[in-house]
Design a protein around this ligand. Structure first.
Ligand SMILES: O=C(O)c1cc(=O)[nH]c(=O)n1[C@@H]1O[C@H](COP(=O)(O)O)[C@@H](O)[C@H]1O
Length: 291
């Protein structure tokens, strides 16, 4: 059986738990003392490095949301590049949250931009709404075994209902159609761990469908956002997992801003670690209670 990057993520979840630390690093999340005497680029990199060091052994992976970096122009993109480089040096698994969704030659360029070079990541997020030919240009990278994707299926936001929830003529919702097509595309890449590297983004904020989705997309690895700041709880998340694996659960603001709850900006990194451990353990407990 082939080995794909998804095995590495699966093993990391077995070892460290399901937490995906979201590096959605906004300048105003960074404590003042860290910004003093540093450029914005250096302050972001320093903040991220300290969060990474504090959570590396309790996180399955890190999701870097490119919008926060792009918003600062070249300086932000340099911070993005340096953050990815640091993660790579630490052998951390990187999900670049870029949500691209163009076709053909353009998609090939996005694939090159985010699977090689300065912005190289292990996984990227994709939007499927231009159709499967907006996903296919990434497949040659997936086939090497080294790269994977997470495609938006049923997202965590309220507006998910506007399009993803529409019924199709087959009496399936749009997100079922997207998920089924990805399962079809993924069947050639099922890896030793039982999942394929064509993952799906499934928010944990519409819990009534948790069990059904887990069963229907049984070989799909989930990226599960919506925990914490958006209201998702451990007992909700547990339903989207298979015995505590088969997915990673993202929390960005919940972890990065944990220090605000404790009024302890000097130890923002320790607070982030404590929050990640609490999240990991609460999800483990919820998985046990589900059995
Ligand atoms: O693709 C995503 O990661 C994503 C999909 C989704 O359905 N909902 C969602 O919140 N996200 C991302 O997950 C992160 C959530 O951040 P927090 O709400 O601060 O934990 C952000 O980077 C969002 O862009």
């Amino acid at each position: 059986m082939n080995k794909y990057i998804i095995d590495k993520l699966f093993d990391r979840v077995e070892k460290n738990g399901v937490v995906c630390v979201g590096l959605d690093t906004s300048l105003d999340y960074i404590p003042e003392f860290l910004k003093e005497g540093r450029s914005s680029e250096d302050a972001i990199v320093e903040f991220n490095k300290r969060i990474i060091d504090a959570t590396l052994d309790v996180a399955a992976c890190f999701k870097v949301q490119i919008a926060y970096y792009e918003a600062l122009g070249i300086e932000g993109l340099l911070a993005y590049k340096r953050t990815l480089k640091y993660l790579r040096e630490k052998d951390a698994i990187i999900i670049a949250d870029i949500k691209r969704g163009d076709i053909a030659a353009t998609a090939k360029m996005y694939a090159k931009a985010h699977f090689t070079g300065d912005f190289e990541a292990d996984f990227i997020t994709l939007s499927p709404y231009m159709g499967m030919d907006s996903i296919e240009p990434y497949i040659p990278y997936v086939a090497t075994g080294e790269k994977g994707i997470f495609t938006l299926i049923r997202t965590s936001n309220k507006g998910a209902e506007d399009i993803e929830y529409l019924d199709t003529t087959e009496h399936k919702k749009v997100y079922h159609v997207v998920g089924d097509k990805l399962m079809e595309l993924g069947k050639d890449f099922v890896s030793s761990c039982g999942y394929h590297p064509l993952g799906g983004v499934i928010g944990c904020t519409h819990i009534e469908e948790g069990k059904e989705l887990r069963k229907r997309f049984n070989k799909m690895f989930f990226l599960i956002p919506g925990y914490g700041a958006q209201g998702g709880k451990a007992e909700d998340v547990a339903m989207y997992l298979n015995n505590g694996n088969g997915g990673v659960v993202n929390s960005s603001r919940g972890i990065l801003l944990a220090y605000k709850k404790h009024n302890n900006e000097k130890e923002f990194d320790k607070c982030a670690r404590a929050e990640a451990i609490k999240m990991r353990d609460e999800i483990r407990e919820a998985v046990r209670n589900l059995k």
